[in-house]
Design a protein around this ligand. Structure first.
Ligand code: 5AD
Ligand code: SF4
Length: 473
């Protein structure tokens, strides 16, 4: 007899995957067709990567994965970084309920960051009683056992751990793309920026072992992947919890030495970014010259209230060091406008920092209070209309410099990882340059998945246009 309690966590989940397969097969017999499943992702790349793991498990237990939410099993993998992410989920749940009324076999599951908030779970339990399964960010690897329960029970199955467990390796995953892949290097965040809910929803920092990461990168490389993105909420603090001297610079170098064509990483925190890391990025051609370096604000008082641990001066010192050691490096950023009590003068400091850095791109947000974070308790005297106006003014700068940054590539030959037909025009291919610029170009479709030379013929604010060089054919 198998003793489930004595198994390690990976084996235990494989055991339940087998059980769940039986239930899915039985449902298939009842339906007279293969049961379908749809996973919808909200939010960041971390969530997108988690969804690949969910899909991997669901495929393994026998579901046919489809894009249509009118399916036998639907999972919403949610985000809660700003309130509008929550509102989108509530809005769409009504539509799912409509499908469920017509399909009595349908099961609806919610997981991800929103589920780590007790008020959300309470609201779902009381007002959205058609939801069958709720699980949190720390329970994702437990999908097999939860799925099995949800298939057997009529009542809501609920499992949200408030504390993170160990890092679980070697569960199935279905990668969304055949040429570029995300690789988790760490989970959670210890920074506790005062506006941010992530440390509460994702828990404290846990780094994966370096050997496990390298093994994954090597497997990806051997199966034809050209590009990997190392993922973490704050990649620069990788390894601190391993207590064996390994840090992000060590990891980057080890990943570079695997020889995979392209390495990217996100997200960086300026406080943990050091000169060693910059030197490694500069040293290896396969580490892409493109860094996402969120600044959030250009004013020292606001930065202090945000708990960001750096000043405008120390941020710019780091920025200048990157530009000096990696001369053509693309730098992008995140900015929050309208933090509680932000004055017009303080906002002007953000604009002046922006004019100095001339970022390639910025993701800009109006501050959104998140329950349970220190900033949510701060009184705020800035009217929403002012915040909206600041966002508009900032975005004008974002567009201006994004366009200028792209103009630099006009006439140049750039290396492009070809992804496939462009979204707008199936006769045109699209891909990303080493500097992470989207480029659409006339080219040979047999080159999908390859890195090819493309001459830039036109530069617009959000994308480049080009033509593939003859030498590639
Ligand atoms: N309000 C607005 N923007 C936020 N971000 C994180 N928390 C909030 C919030 N409460 C932004 C930050 C972060 C990005 C992922 O989302 O800019 O870098
Ligand atoms: Fe949130 Fe700050 Fe951690 Fe980024 S570094 S996830 S903004 S707490």
């Amino acid at each position: 007899m198998t003793n489930v309690t004595q198994m390690n966590e990976t084996d235990r989940q494989y055991y339940f995957m087998e059980k769940a397969s039986g239930h899915v097969a039985k449902l298939g017999e009842e339906l007279g067709r293969r049961p379908t499943c749809c996973v919808t992702t909200f939010g960041c790349q971390m969530n997108a990567r988690d969804s690949e793991k969910l899909v991997g498990i669901l495929e393994k237990v026998g579901y046919e994965i489809i894009e249509d939410e009118n399916a036998d099993f639907v999972i919403y993998n949610t985000c809660t970084v700003r309130d509008n992410a929550n509102q989108r989920v509530y809005g769409r749940l009504g539509v799912l309920n409509g499908y469920k009324r017509k399909n009595p076999h349908m099961k609806i599951a919610l997981c991800g960051c929103m589920m780590q908030e007790p008020e959300v779970v309470e609201k779902l339990r009381t007002s959205y009683r058609f939801v069958d399964l709720i699980f949190g960010t720390h329970n994702i690897h437990r999908l097999p056992v939860l799925l099995k329960q949800a298939m057997l029970e009529k009542e809501l199955v609920l499992e949200v751990w408030s504390k993170e467990g160990d890092v679980i390796e070697n569960l199935p995953s279905h990668r969304a793309n055949n040429y570029k892949a995300w690789v988790n290097i760490m989970y959670g965040c210890n920074k506790f920026c005062t506006y941010c809910i992530v440390p509460y929803t994702r828990g404290k920092e846990r780094s994966r072992e370096l050997d496990e990461i390298i093994k994954e990168v090597e497997e990806l490389k051997n199966s034809g992947y050209k590009e990997i993105t190392l993922l973490g909420q704050n990649v620069n603090s990788y390894g601190k919890d391993l207590n064996n001297g390994t840090d992000f610079a060590t990891l980057l170098e080890a990943v570079a030495k695997t020889g995979i064509d392209r390495i990217r990483f996100t997200t960086s925190h300026p406080w943990d970014f050091n000169a060693d890391m910059i030197d490694i990025i500069a040293k290896y051609d396969n580490i892409m010259p493109s860094i996402h370096l969120p600044v959030q604000s250009g004013n020292d008082e606001v930065l202090k209230l945000m708990g960001r641990r750096y000043s405008k001066e120390s941020y710019l010192k780091l920025f200048d060091m990157i530009k000096e050691k990696i001369p053509d490096c693309t730098i992008t950023t995140d900015i929050i406008v309208g933090f509680p009590n932000e004055t017009e003068e303080q906002f002007q400091d953000t604009l002046s920092l922006y004019n100095y850095c001339k970022y390639d791109l910025a993701y800009t947000f109006i501050y959104s209070p998140r329950e349970g974070t220190p900033a949510a308790k701060m009184e705020d005297n800035v009217p929403l209309s002012d915040k909206e106006q600041r966002l508009y003014r900032l975005n004008e700068l974002v567009n201006k410099y994004a366009n200028e940054a792209n103009q630099k590539y006009l006439g140049q030959v750039v290396k492009v990882l070809v992804e496939g037909p462009s979204k707008k025009n199936p006769d045109v291919l699209s891909g990303y340059t080493e500097h992470n610029k989207l480029i659409n170009f006339k080219g040979d479709a047999s080159m999908v998945g390859q890195i090819v030379d493309v001459r830039v013929t036109e530069a617009k604010t959000w994308a480049l246009t080009g033509e593939q060089l003859e030498s590639n054919n």
